[in-house]
Ligand binder design. Structure first.
Ligand SMILES: Nc1nc2c(c(=O)[nH]1)N[C@H]1C(S)=C(S)[C@@H](COP(=O)(O)OP(=O)(O)OC[C@H]3O[C@@H](n4cnc5c(=O)[nH]c(N)nc54)[C@H](O)[C@@H]3O)O[C@H]1N2
Ligand SMILES: Nc1nc2c(c(=O)[nH]1)N[C@H]1C(S)=C(S)[C@@H](COP(=O)(O)OP(=O)(O)OC[C@H]3O[C@@H](n4cnc5c(=O)[nH]c(N)nc54)[C@H](O)[C@@H]3O)O[C@H]1N2
Ligand SMILES: [Mo]
Length: 765
């Protein structure tokens, strides 16, 4: 057992590279998961904890938002990376006031995010006073007074920003947005702005609701599943089990990705004995697409469908669906028929044969699901690309029928729930009106800042208080230098956190760390055990119950922190009964039931065996609540990413050993990268063409349209299977390269998957 935190930081000279793995999970995944868990929390706590992940009376895995199976749950309903996420939170290592007395801010800001996170759970509220070199302890009441005073001193509530990360449970999210709106602003940026905002924007405009239309059981009924821009082997490992079941039932799976991601190509299901010993190949076909080529792919496929319809009229297009339920078909057909297939080949890097083969599968399939994640959303034309997916499914009548539909696969375990509960800078009038009438407040109506707008506002001095409900704003956001300067310009930064991260050491003139309970921790208020609720990627809402004794008595629940701050800020005469809500989460759920659409009778429904599924009109009844009252075909000019001469297009992605900015370890096992993270994956012919050799250290220099450049230094060149002209490196080390203004059209999501860079030999070498 090694419960002491590592004292040594990453040594990037130790990186080693081995061939990528040909199958994911299997026995190795189980042993890695257990080793990591025992190291962090010991044998007994490990056994007690992992047995309760995703069980009916247990807690929701803080890993990803993939749903639990609706029927039988296996004893181990978690995966290697879920176990790592749990171990990271349930660790017995602690970061105490003594730790902060020992380490100055200057010293901590030289450490990597990995080192900071590995030190353990935060145990005590801490303050950094103006000019101080170290954080020192502060009592909770004084911390609340400090925040309330800073907020009251602002000229306008809009000079404060309230960020949320997607771990936050529904009860906290609901109260937090209530506090923020009672205070008088809609400045509620969240991690979703950087994540699936493009999906929400596209789906709302196409089908009238920004959420996916499939349920977990649809996977067992599908004929064809396309997985585009997603690496489930690492980021949603339990999805591989669902894909495995689909294949057992005869489904075909197509992977669309610039990289041959391990789980998609080979998979050994660690939850079945058979799976452990005999792996299967998930993807029947692998389309190794160029970065940003997906819009061309889906338009090209649509054109092939129209051509097939011409050859055999009445067999490809679902006329009755199109006529009854959609608008804009004629314009769409006209546009698609003119799509140039040569251009599609160029944009995607795929052959005509591959396109024809895929189109044939689409035509043969009676039930098609398309899944996607960050590879599609974090593109400049991400919204349009997702509209093209919807178009293609609408042509075939594949929405609102068993085994078919759109499936954006969410990231953070409750990111979808937070939105449902009102964490959004532009909640609709119906929600705000219901909130106002429930509580007797007047919510502001003017839209607030999203993540990128919030950074601009802090940069330009238009916002000066930053409050983070979880997450790691400084490391997760683009343009690190600009963002860090923006945060440093604030009068006050507050982080409600479980673990130490860079957002604690890049701070405003005054800074607070408020340590909170995590998903696995026992939460007792007024002598009674409390539960929280969460929503998964497929709109299932259920309870989550933590049971571990917290590592420190000084921790408070997120709900308590919000309510206590609100009491301090608004005083005793505020119309919201903060004290009552804090003491009884059922009372919060009663209010949710009256305010949030689809949540009537919430307290009873979340207690049902599998929880309940929120309504989704297209899924449930082929009802489309758009302005036209129909599902809208969208017409988009074909956009793709030609690679400028002498340049590469870089995507920033996750290794197998991280959770966003939380770095668990230094082993991207499936891709064969070990002991370090500063690598850049490039096609061998590009390495040679630029006159480099594999293993050499290079600087990555990003070039932006205004002529400005951004640089990160000392990345090792790794030759890897990716299309020519494309490259890949890990997030968040490469976030300094993403210009703040490089955002997706219509969703304002940072374009983290397409950054024009050049390679330069490291000057010091
Ligand atoms: N263990 C673990 N689990 C996680 C997370 C984690 O960090 N660790 N993060 C969580 C969160 S918040 C999220 S949002 C999800 C993220 O889940 P993913 O979206 O799977 O995460 P990324 O690592 O960003 O991987 C993007 C994938 O898209 C591919 N891609 C990149 N650009 C393109 C493109 O232009 N076209 C196509 N077709 N493919 C492309 C990349 O090669 C890669 O396979 O995972 C969640 N789950
Ligand atoms: N370049 C690039 N940038 C990206 C991305 C990318 O692919 N490339 N992906 C984007 C995406 S998809 C996302 S979702 C964002 C993620 O952005 P965030 O959600 O802001 O980042 P995380 O790394 O998930 O946050 C980790 C921190 O959350 C805190 N935490 C963990 N659990 C809890 C809890 O239960 N309560 C509280 N209060 N705090 C907790 C811990 O202190 C931990 O350090 O990053 C985005 N940034
Ligand atoms: Mo995400």
């Amino acid at each position: 057992m090694h419960r002491d935190a590592p004292t040594r930081d990453i040594d990037e000279t130790q990186v080693t590279v081995t061939p990528p793995k040909d199958s994911a999970a299997g026995v190795r995944a189980v042993t890695v998961a257990l080793e990591r868990a025992v190291e962090e929390m010991g044998v007994i706590r490990t056994a007690r904890t992992l047995a309760r992940v995703n069980q009916r009376h247990g807690f929701d895995c803080p890993g990803c938002a993939w749903p639990e199976p609706s029927g039988h749950r296996r004893p181990a309903e978690f995966c290697e990376n879920g176990a790592k996420a749990v171990a990271e939170e349930a660790t017995l290592r602690t970061v105490t006031p003594e730790f902060f007395a020992e380490h100055s801010i200057a010293e901590l800001s030289d450490k990597s995010g990995y080192w900071l996170g590995q030190q353990g759970r935060l145990t005590h509220p801490m303050v950094l006073r103006p000019g101080a070199t170290h954080y020192s302890p502060i009592e909770w009441d004084e911390a609340y007074r400090l925040i309330a005073n800073a907020l009251r001193e602002l000229d306008s509530p809009d000079r404060a920003v309230f960020y949320t990360s997607g771990r936050t449970a529904n009860e906290t999210a609901f109260l937090y947005q209530l506090l923020v709106r009672s205070f008088g602003t809609n400045n509620l940026p969240d991690c979703s702005n950087m994540c699936h905002e493009s999906s929400g924007t596209a789906l709302t405009s196409s089908i009238g609701i920004g959420k996916g239309s499939v349920s977990i059981d649809d996977f067992a009924r599908a004929d064809l599943i396309i997985v585009a821009g997603q690496n489930p082997g690492t980021n949603h490992p339990r999805m591989l089990s669902a894909l495995g079941t689909a294949k057992d039932n005869g489904a075909k799976v197509i992977a669309v990705n610039p990289l041959p991601e391990t789980g998609l190509i080979g998979f050994r299901d660690p939850q079945t004995i058979k799976g452990l010993t005999t792996g299967i190949t998930i993807a029947d076909d692998f389309l190794q697409i160029r970065l940003g080529g997906d819009m061309a792919l889906f338009q090209g496929l649509a054109r092939l469908l129209f051509e097939a319809e011409d050859r055999a009229p009445g067999t490809v297009i679902d006329r009755s669906f199109v006529d009854a339920h959609t608008a804009g078909f004629a314009e769409y057909e006209k546009h698609i028929r003119a799509v140039d297939l040569d251009l599609v080949e160029q944009a995607t890097g795929l052959t005509r044969e591959q396109l024809d083969r895929t189109a044939r599968l689409l035509i043969e399939s009676k039930a098609t699901i398309v899944c996607w994640a960050m590879g599609l959303t974090q593109q400049r034309h991400g919204v349009a690309t997702i509209e093209e997916i919807t178009n293609l499914l609408l042509v075939r009548g594949m929405i609102g029928k068993p085994g078919a539909g759109v499936c954006p696969v969410r990231g953070h375990s409750n990111v979808q729930g937070d939105r449902t509960m009102g964490i959004w800078e532009k909640m609709p009038e119906t929600f705000l009106a219901a909130l106002d009438s429930e509580f007797g407040i007047t919510s502001p109506r003017e839209h607030g800042y999203d993540t990128v707008a919030a950074i601009r506002a802090m940069r330009d001095g238009r916002a000066e208080v930053f409050f983070g409900m979880g997450g790691n704003f400084v490391s997760a956001t683009p343009d690190t230098e600009v963002t860090e300067a923006a945060l440093r310009g604030c009068a006050l930064t507050v982080q409600v956190s479980t673990k130490l991260n860079r957002s604690h050491v890049v701070h405003g003139r005054t800074a607070l760390i408020l340590p909170t309970l995590g998903r696995t921790d026992l939460d007792v208020q007024n002598g009674a055990k409390q539960q929280v609720s969460v929503e998964d990627s497929m709109s299932m809402v259920h309870l989550s119950t933590g049971r571990l004794s917290p590592v420190s008595d000084a921790l408070r629940s997120e709900v308590a922190i919000v309510c206590e701050l609100a009491q301090e800020l608004f005083g005793p005469d505020h119309p919201v009964p903060w004290a009552r809500l804090r003491g009884d989460y059922d009372a919060i759920r009663d209010a949710i039931g009256r305010v949030v659409p689809g949540c009537a009778d919430y307290n009873r429904k979340v207690r049902e065996r599998n929880g309940f599924q929120l309504p989704h009109p297209p899924r449930d009844a082929r009802e489309f609540r758009t302005a036209s009252g129909k599902a809208n075909f969208a017409v988009n000019e074909l956009t793709w990413l030609p690679v400028p001469e002498g340049r590469l297009i870089l995507q920033t992605l996750r290794s197998h050993d991280q959770y966003n900015t939380t770095i668990y370890g230094l082993d991207d096992r499936y891709r064969g990268i070990h002991n370090g993270r500063k690598v850049v994956l490039v096609h061998p012919d590009d390495i040679a063409a630029f006159g480099f050799t594999e293993g050499e250290l290079v600087d990555l220099v990003s070039e932006w349209t205004d002529g400005s450049e951004r640089r990160v230094s000392g990345f090792r060149l790794v030759s890897y299977s990716t299309p020519r002209g494309n490259a890949a490196a890990y997030y968040p080390e490469t976030n300094p390269l993403v210009p703040l203004d490089h955002v997706a059209e219509r969703s304002n999501t940072p374009v983290s998957k397409a950054i024009v860079i050049r390679l330069e030999r490291v000057s010091s070498e």
